[in-house]
Design a protein around this ligand. Structure first.
Ligand SMILES: C[S@@+](CC[C@H](N)C(=O)[O-])C[C@H]1O[C@@H](n2cnc3c(N)ncnc32)[C@H](O)[C@@H]1O
Length: 213
């Protein structure tokens, strides 16, 4: 049973995100971290976690913990790398190509990018998805007593899933994208990096390069 203070379509995927954290991971970045709920969970798996959000208010209200640092920053301005980078319901807030290019740069060699995203529904190609509505409603009903979360900046997704797949295939070769319930897709990509290929321990050195953690 979850001990989370609330549940919503984003927190629903936190277990999936945590499953993507590689064993070697020491440093984690959560972009669009909101109140830091996922960042605090990542701290159970990593020594140092940075959460960034462009909404100063939601960051200011977040509880502080020793291993989680939350910062009022646009993730595109970061210049460090991390063993795991997570983005839940945030990628669609920036132009897709810009966002994926930045995320690729932020993942350390051997590190993993885990995205839970939203796409713009297309009436023709997404028509079969509506068959999933009863299942989505059933999951919602099961969580109705804990449904909620902090007030956050929202925006409608601009890209269809086909566009997201095409751009990801170009920028993040090997990325696995799956359409999921709750109007979400998941994207997992591992940075193949030179260090893995040469047998060096993945992620080594990335924590020390960080000045913010
Ligand atoms: C829909 S909320 C999701 C928040 C949280 N990840 C969750 O799952 O509840 C999207 C968040 O991304 C933040 N955001 C938007 N653009 C951003 C950017 N360029 N860099 C960092 N955060 C950003 C917004 O302020 C907002 O808090």
């Amino acid at each position: 049973m979850s001990t989370d203070p609330y549940w919503n379509h984003n927190t629903h995927y936190h277990p999936w995100v945590l499953d993507q954290v590689p064993d070697h991971a020491r440093t984690a970045l959560d972009i669009g971290c909101g109140d830091g709920l996922l960042a605090r969970k990542l701290a159970g798996r990593c020594d140092a976690v940075l959460g960034v959000d462009t909404d100063a208010r939601v960051i200011a209200d977040a509880p502080a913990t020793p291993t989680v640092h939350l910062e009022h920053t646009d993730f595109r301005d970061l210049d460090q790398t991390f063993d795991v980078v997570t983005a839940v319901a945030t990628l669609h807030h920036v132009p897709l190509r810009d966002g994926l290019t930045t995320l690729r740069r932020l993942v350390a060699p051997g590190g993993v990018l885990a995205v839970v995203g939203l796409w713009k529904m297309h009436p023709l190609t997404d028509f079969p998805y509506y068959a999933a509505l009863p299942a989505i409603r059933a999951v919602d009903r099961r969580h109705r007593r804990v449904l909620g979360g902090p007030e956050m900046v929202l925006r409608d997704p601009r890209e269809t899933l086909a566009e997201i797949r095409t751009t990801a295939a170009e920028l993040l070769p090997g990325a696995q994208i799956r359409r999921r319930l709750m109007w979400r897709y998941t994207l997992r990509w591992q940075n193949p990096g030179r260090e893995l290929a040469s047998g060096k321990r993945a992620g080594e050195g990335t924590a020390r390069r960080s000045s913010r953690l």
